[in-house]
Design a protein around this ligand. Sequence first.
Ligand code: ATP
Length: 201
Amino acid sequence: MSLGVGDACFSYGGVPVFAGLSFVAAPGEAVAVLGANGSGKSTLLRCLVGAEVLDSGRVLFDGGVVDESSGAFRAAVASLLDDADYFPDVSVVEHLRLLAWLHGSTADVSAVLSEVGLTSAADQLPPTLSSGQRHRLGLASCFVRPRSVLVLDEPEQRLDTAGRTWLRSRLLAEKASGVAVVFASHDQELVEAVACRTVTL
Ligand SMILES: Nc1ncnc2c1ncn2[C@@H]1O[C@H](COP(=O)(O)OP(=O)(O)OP(=O)(O)O)[C@@H](O)[C@H]1O
């Protein structure tokens, strides 16, 4: 499925953040959203998943205007935005099992834990994780559930060198499996390796 915007405009309190913005990430494509701090990348991604509402224009999902409250939209779109939060008293592995169950997924949670390097932290509670480990939990949360669209806000943040290498290959694999990816990033290497197109705010 595809995700994008058509002629999208958004402002905070009358101050424009972006205007006249149009792009679509088709299945198997990755679109990178670029721009300086404060240019509107997170805001745009929040509009894409329905956490903010455009002033005008359209969020386009699977070729039509999106209804973010629809089950089909929520089932298709896995996202990691800048406001990820976790139950403080539910362990890492329990979070992932819960998410997989909620989405009726048969994903191998142990394999995802291993892939993101959290096997040894599986029984820890989120407040005891390092910031990089917490970010890895957020990424794992996207990969234990079915998805045809992936929306990621600076997925490289807080990852060490090995983590960034893993992320690059994981996003390429997502594309290869037909997932449409929209990601904001300040990591030029990641953008060059993964993005089919860029949108600069
Ligand atoms: N809730 C809010 N109310 C008012 N203004 C906001 C709000 N959230 C963000 N802004 C403003 O909107 C603009 C875009 O912010 P946004 O977080 O989307 O930028 P960004 O490109 O993601 O930045 P960064 O690279 O630092 O993550 C900024 O000027 C910011 O101050």
